[in-house]
Design a protein around this ligand. Structure first.
Ligand code: IMP
Length: 443
């Protein structure tokens, strides 16, 4: 019985889609357990580039069954576009895609509400993806949401709309936006419900049977630990549990089913949207990373802010989520920098801080304490073994592993499937001189 979870350790956009695509080759099922169309997972196969928002990244592997779990908030129109888009490129999903009957539906007005709430927040806007995520989860948790099972029953969604439309329209009115027209929503629901009907199922039973039958299941996280609704930089977060802690709730598999947790982190860090970002680099190094890493949002197209690896965030992600291994992504994008910085602690009001502060305002005031590493100029794209990397890159990767106290078992050196270095068991101690960086929660 094998259930593996892949999740982001930073502020999203770590390259999870690429690792899920690799691991999906050995998986029977890939399941998304949280988030919605705010995600943008990119998979590159040969000359083909696929950007997935709702579909699990396993769809590119021909033999996997893909499941959208109950913890996801599902925008049915975006999903249909994705299914049609893949069909147009020769990837058929009939029989390979299942949607949980308990997943909540993102309705058109959730997106309108997302925009309205951002307008009302004014200068405190969160910088959401405008995909209706917060309002859809909001309705779920105040027990007024519509689930996929309801989407198949017109009388049920008419009732739900009638019950909720007053509250929604009051907010829209406050934001100076036109009210929701319930009749047109009902018409749209009817069409989309019929189209998606064949995919809707009790996916919890499917997953439980698969798990008991010893099939390999991969749980695919979206966003990242820094955006987790409990552990991230609240309120500058998304509205779900992004790490493996969310797998049981978002799939129906029991917590004890999870056997392996793989954290994904870029060799640097990026953030999109508002919120604390202590290690942001607004100088030439940040520009270098943005250009080399093509750091633009796969969902919104917004430019991502770039900066240095933040070990406070990554270590917290690893320790709280029980990471067995880390995949370090985009190491190749650091080539060409003279100096590479690694944040090992923060300073806040004259004190050394080694855990993220609870209050976002404090997190914003944190000044990173950096270790400095020599850069390298070589192109890393051809490296397939750890020893192929220039010594400076080896020293830096080893330092990142030390400070996270978690083995780095995969390194990506390019977007294509084959640009990848497996490191069985993590970077060994004797490969290169110890970097001397102290890890540990209270380092
Ligand atoms: P929401 O999830 O659209 O409500 O956005 C809340 C915050 O999470 C914003 O700062 C977004 O930019 C950020 N966010 C949501 N999804 C992603 C993602 O997939 N990658 C990076 N940031 C994301």
């Amino acid at each position: 019985m094998s259930v593996t979870c892949v999740f982001g350790m930073q502020w999203g956009d770590e390259g999870k889609g690429r690792i899920v695509d690799l691991l999906a080759a050995q998986s029977d099922f890939v399941v998304r357990y949280q988030g919605g169309a705010n995600a943008g997972h990119t998979v590159i196969v040969g000359e083909e580039k696929y950007v997935l928002h709702l579909l699990p990244s396993g769809v590119i592997q021909p033999t996997t069954t893909n499941i959208i779990g109950n913890g996801v908030v599902l925008d049915p129109w975006t999903l249909m576009e994705e299914i049609d888009g893949l069909a147009g490129r020769g990837i058929e999903l009939d029989g390979r895609l299942l949607i949980s009957d308990r997943a909540h539906v993102v309705l058109p007005h959730h997106k309108t509400m997302d925009a309205a709430l951002e307008t009302l927040r004014g200068t405190d806007a969160l910088g959401t993806t405008s995909r209706g995520i917060g309002p859809a989860y909001g309705d779920k948790f105040r027990r007024a949401g519509m689930r996929c099972a309801d989407m198949l029953k017109p009388e049920r969604y008419q009732e739900l709309l009638k019950a909720n439309i007053g509250a929604w329209n009051a907010i829209l009115d406050k934001a100076g936006m036109p009210p929701i027209d319930a009749v047109s929503v009902v018409d749209e629901m009817r069409a989309v419900g019929e189209r998606l009907r064949p995919y809707v199922a009790d996916t919890t039973s499917v997953l439980l049977d698969a798990w008991k039958g010893g099939r390999a299941i991969l749980a695919e996280g979206a966003q990242g630990f820094g955006l987790d609704v409990d552990h991230g930089s609240y309120p500058f977060v998304t509205s779900s549990t992004t790490g493996p802690a969310g797998v049981a709730a978002g799939t129906g598999l029991p917590p004890k089913a999870l056997q392996r947790v793989v954290g994904i982190a870029k060799a640097y860090i990026t953030r999109v949207g508002a919120g604390p970002f202590p290690t942001q680099d607004t100088g030439p190094a940040g520009t270098h990373l943005a250009e080399k890493g093509h750091e633009f949002g796969a969902t919104t197209g917004r430019p991502r802010d770039c900066g240095w690896f933040d070990a406070i965030l990554a270590r917290r992600a690893s320790f709280t989520q029980g990471c067995d291994a880390v995949a370090l992504m985009k190491l190749d994008c650091l080539s060409g920098l003279d100096e590479i910085k690694l944040c090992t602690a923060y300073e806040l009001d004259g004190k050394r801080v080694t855990a993220p502060p609870a209050y976002a305002g404090d997190w914003e005031r944190c000044v990173p304490i950096y270790e400095s590493y020599a850069g390298w100029s070589e192109d890393l794209g051809g490296a397939r073994h750890f020893e192929d990397l220039p010594e400076a890159a080896q020293i830096y990767v080893r330092a990142v592993q030390d400070v996270m106290q978690t083995p780095i078992e995969m390194i990506s050196v390019g977007a294509e499937r084959e640009r990848f270095i497996p490191v069985d068991g993590g970077i060994p101690d004797d490969v290169i001189p110890d970097s001397g960086v102290a890890g540990g929660v209270s380092a």
